[in-house]
Ligand binder design. Sequence first.
Ligand code: FAD
Length: 401
Amino acid sequence: MSVKFQFDENEALFRQMVRARITEILPADIQDRQRRTLHNSTDLADQRRWLAALDGQGWSVPAWPVEYGGTGWSPLQRFIFEDEMYAADAPEFNWIGSHMVGPVLIAFGSDAQRERFLPPIRSGKEVWAQGFSEPGSGSDLASLRTQARREGDRYIVNGSKIWTSGAFEADWLFCLAKTDIQGKPQRSVSCLMIDLKTPGITVRRIEQINGEAHLCQVFFDDVEVPVEHLVGEEGGGWSYAKYLLDHERTTSSFIFWIKRELARTRELGRTVLYNGRPIIADPHWSYRLAIAAAEITAHEWSVLRVLSNEPSTFPISAGASVLKVKGSEIQQTITGLQVDLLGERALRDFGSEHLPPSDDPNWPDVVQGRTSRAMMARASTIYGGSLQIQKNLLAKLALGL
Ligand SMILES: Cc1cc2nc3c(=O)[nH]c(=O)nc-3n(C[C@H](O)[C@H](O)[C@H](O)COP(=O)(O)OP(=O)(O)OC[C@H]3O[C@@H](n4cnc5c(N)ncnc54)[C@H](O)[C@@H]3O)c2cc1C
């Protein structure tokens, strides 16, 4: 498949159809809250309602095989769909469920697991968190110490996970644990699905600098997990994690989120006044915006290259690392530009969850939440594989160093 940077007539029609349907099914109150939230994360109740609405349309897990409720769309159609979701300010997917647990269960799970776990992921009824990182084991996941000891028909889990996004409100944890404490790390780590309501689990929220407390530490104290909740083979944890990396190469590009923030930055530039004129009329700001926009277009084209399977001399995971590095850096550029545009005004109302609609022309809704988002964007070079680790990987994979 050759790379296409322009969409053809069929794709334009597809975009129109998707846009019209999203407009129809996205509840106005959810869209309004999304626009005015100060934070990155969506209210869980809104996310569940939105996933249920998408599921009704058959669109809640577009990338899954059709037999499991997927759409059968091409990668480019899925790209257009997500682009439209973000442009409409719809809530995000529950990524761990739809982009991680689902694909792994479809590829490696048992029929019983697929039957039990896939439908509630599709409908948003069950929401998942990811339990990989531990105190002392982040980049170096091989050193993780949470243990799952087999006793008859169950595992007994002890240890702790940290930075677990959304664990305080999630239903299930997709968790890596050591099932063999003697063996090599690559064969001793297994994937368990853990019901977060199981006795022995304590979830503690961690307060963040941006006013949220979305991250958590999860403690396991003799937690019993039925063996039926082991994913695939015991000791197969690494190969499933690698499968995901090759499978979901463009998710960490954050391209749609970034495009939405670019649109917001333009809106800010038009609405914020400087010496009585829209600030964007000032050459300094229009120059900075133009540079950011050019970088974002280049990033979008890189995503399309990966989606088009453009022939490359590098292994496919190198593409994922490039998108992660650029995507996280651009997140910081664009949110930093918003804060710079607003100056001290960026700090206004920092801290509360949602603000009432503003009827003050000097404080349009688009001003809200900018500092919170810029702070959250600082974390994008840490989570999902830190910038330095991605660069190490690229040095090895792409440059052979
Ligand atoms: C907002 C946010 C959400 C998160 N959500 C989740 C989640 O839902 N589930 C989950 O499991 N985890 C989550 N994480 C954790 C995240 O995956 C880890 O923070 C990340 O892997 C880095 O690990 P660490 O924090 O232990 O830092 P460390 O691994 O200790 O790294 C510290 C610093 O040293 C650098 N470094 C480490 N090793 C090397 C090396 N070999 N070469 C060069 N530099 C190196 C790193 O790049 C980093 O700058 C989240 C983190 C954040 C910030």
